[in-house]
Design a protein around this ligand. Structure first.
Ligand code: FA5
Length: 335
């Protein structure tokens, strides 16, 4: 037992603790109920009576040394943590972690700015919508296959309440409330029950445009969008209209812009066609004007709807739409 105590003493003397964890390791090894000192006291019970005096003194001395060492290690660890904060100047002002405006908001704001300069104001409408404003008033007949063009998330049936599938619902809300002229753009989030991929999402943003007045023509539509494309994508940008179909416009068109990356020569972004689609447009169908209480003999109008994510993807050459909603700081801090 004497040798054991001597060897533990040597270990005790060289023991060091640089952290709270090492301090705790020391306590567990020497001082705790299952530690070395308890173990030695258990052994002491078996020591013959004539040796008890000698070993008892050695053991008590060792116990005191262990406790003293433990106290000095506590002090050393505490002083060390104080040293560590010496370099920290608590009087310095906090470093602001500057946020940035989300790229979609930046694109939306720029779009608003361009149209406001052409005399458009900004209108808003509900994302939870009824069938009438999302479909029926927009000339989608009941059970017509055109409704399938936009896979819908229904919230309630009979009467149908749904998540709007496009911002065109704001057109109908605007027109039924007021009197022409209307010259408004309507940005907002829309929802479609679509498979998510690099180019399509089940929620995305659109910006709708509506101009209704006396003698509004397709020429006005073309010029308005041409101006937008040049302002947004650059002065060299060309625009073209491809015949298309929307129940609420007649005639209808898809809007393409010349690829501003390859300048029309063909590249990956435009799939080597030289053109990229940014939205749909057309002259407001007379049935839509009528269902909103506007006389189509007196008034005409144009409307368009563009995908904000798609425009942002083109502008910043982003190849995956999912990046906009994943909140990955490495992506967001580039804007
Ligand atoms: C419409 O939503 C019509 N309401 C647009 C319109 C308004 C036409 C007014 C005429 C008059 P479309 O379904 O094509 O049309 O969508 C318009 C744009 O939204 C598309 O060109 C595209 O840029 C964007 N878009 C459509 N589906 C998705 C999707 N799943 N993910 C991301 N963007 C989409």
């Amino acid at each position: 037992m004497k040798e054991k105590i001597e060897s533990y003493k040597a270990e005790l003397q060289s023991a060091m603790a640089k952290s709270k964890q090492e301090l705790e390791d020391f306590r567990l090894k020497f001082i705790s109920k299952k530690g070395v000192i308890s173990e030695l006291f258990d052994e002491f019970k078996k020591v013959p009576n004539e040796q008890k005096r000698e070993f008892g003194a050695l053991l008590n001395e060792f116990k005191e040394e262990a406790q003293a060492k433990f106290n000095s290690l506590i002090e050393a660890v505490n002083n060390q943590s104080a040293d560590e904060v010496v370099g920290l100047d608590l009087t310095l002002p906090p470093v602001p972690s500057a946020g940035s405006i989300h790229p979609l908001t930046q694109v939306k704001n720029r779009i608003i700015q361009i149209f406001e300069r052409q005399g458009f104001n900004v209108s808003d409408g509900p994302e939870i919508e009824d069938d009438f404003h999302n479909f029926t008033a927009l000339n989608f007949p009941e059970n017509h296959p055109a409704r399938e063009m936009q896979d819908t998330y229904f919230i309630e049936k009979d009467p149908d309440i749904l998540l709007r599938t496009h911002t065109s619902n704001v057109q109908t809300r605007l027109m039924e409330k007021g009197k022409p002229p209307f010259r408004s753009i309507m940005p907002g989030r829309v929802y479609r029950n679509e498979a998510i991929s690099a180019r399509a999402h089940c929620f995305f943003n659109q910006v709708e445009g509506l101009y209704v007045d006396k003698e509004v023509s397709f020429k006005d539509l073309k010029q308005t969008l041409y101006h937008f494309a040049k302002e947004f994508f650059g002065p060299e940008t060309k625009i073209r209209f491809r015949p298309s179909y929307f129940p609420f416009t007649e005639p209808s068109a898809e809007i393409d812009i010349s690829c501003f990356i390859c300048k029309g020569d063909g590249c990956k972004i435009c799939k080597y066609s030289g053109w990229v689609e940014i939205g749909g447009a057309g002259m407001v169908d007379p049935n839509v004007l009528t269902s909103c209480g506007i006389d189509p003999k007196e008034y005409s109008g144009f409307a368009f709807g563009m995908g904000i994510e798609r425009i942002a993807m083109l502008k910043y050459q982003i190849d995956d739409i999912r990046l906009f909603s994943e909140n990955d700081i490495r992506f967001l801090k580039q804007f």
